[in-house]
Design a binder for this molecule. Structure first.
Ligand code: NCD
Length: 306
């Protein structure tokens, strides 16, 4: 039962519950009209303590397309947060107005604290360098649509694997399905965090760490590109040195299989050349659309509307 629950970590939902959400998303995709009044009279609050256009608008579009309404802030300095209000008090208050909320926060764990105090479901819309479970639902829906399965896949994750929360959530989620392999492509300084590596080792899930994309691109079913997370660097010099570590262009794409798909949570900075956008294997803009549908399904499930 998903009604009344929060989604903070990708692993909060069982495989079956994830499937339930993806299933509903697919129903919505095939007949959006049928769902366009599902959330009439319901209100979504978006609490964005960190800049975002894509994810916030995706949540808002999702709720509006379900016939619900939205309110919220994207600039914490213009709210009571700037007066020093705690997260607990903010969500207790907003929980009096809204039926569900989506929170993005620069501090890891903040949405968890919110969920503990909120009278209504809380959705983690990204917490620091930690997790981004709705991006992961988006990725799963996209992968399933493109590949027809979530198992037996060789997944290359490339770029900032240290700070990239979408990568952390996706690895956790995909490691639950059978026989997936992870090829982790990053500079030395931007490898996945130790806790994730330990998890994969403990569960005996295959992964390899490598620096060169060219050497492995031919083996991949999925290439998940990521942006170097500028805002999480302590010094500008390191960022400048690492920011263009990988640039996917058509020359590299020629070495990839014709069935490989390219995903990217966006925003893109330099990691994918614009020329790749016209390649049929480029899935990142389709992924954006799946993101809205999966958020529609998630909101409906957590609200328990039918
Ligand atoms: C991602 C994020 O916020 O972590 N963006 C998104 O939500 N689509 C990726 C990123 O910012 O690089």
């Amino acid at each position: 039962m998903l009604k009344g629950r929060s989604l903070i970590d990708t692993m909060d939902f069982s495989i079956e519950e994830v499937e339930e959400v993806l299933e509903l998303a697919n129903q919505i995709i095939s007949n959006p009209e049928e769902f366009s009044h599902l959330c009439k009279g319901k209100l979504l609050a978006t609490l964005f303590y960190e800049p975002s256009t894509r994810t916030r608008l995706s949540f808002e579009a999702a709720m509006l397309r379900l016939g619900g309404e939205v309110l919220g802030f994207s600039e914490p300095n213009s709210s009571s947060v700037s007066k020093g209000e705690s997260i607990a008090d903010t969500v207790k208050t907003i929980g009096c107005y809204a039926d569900i909320m989506a929170m993005r926060h620069p501090k890891e764990g903040a949405p968890q604290v919110a969920a503990e105090h909120s009278p209504v479901p809380v959705i983690n819309a990204g917490d620091g360098g930690h997790q981004h479970p709705t991006q992961t639902l988006t990725d799963l829906l996209t992968i399933k649509a493109a590949k027809g399965r979530l198992s037996n896949l060789t997944i290359g994750l490339c770029g900032d694997l240290k700070f990239g929360r979408t990568v952390h959530s996706l690895i956790k989620a995909m490691s639950r399905y059978e026989n997936n392999k992870f090829i982790l492509i990053s500079p030395q300084e931007l490898k996945i965090p130790e806790y994730l590596k330990k998890k994969l080792e403990k569960e005996q899930i295959y992964f390899s760490e490598i620096e060169k994309l060219d050497e492995v691109i031919g083996e991949l079913d999925i290439l998940y590109m990521t942006r170097v997370q500028k805002e999480r660097f302590f010094n500008e010099e390191d960022y400048i040195r690492l920011k263009d570590s990988y640039i996917l262009d058509e020359e590299k794409m020629e070495k990839a299989s014709k069935d490989m798909i390219v995903l990217h949570p966006l925003p893109r900075v330099n990691e994918i050349s614009y020329e790749v956008d016209n390649d049929p294997r480029a899935y990142y803009f389709k992924q954006v659309k799946y993101g809205m549908y999966v958020r529609m399904a998630l909101i409906a499930k957590l609200l328990g509307v039918k």
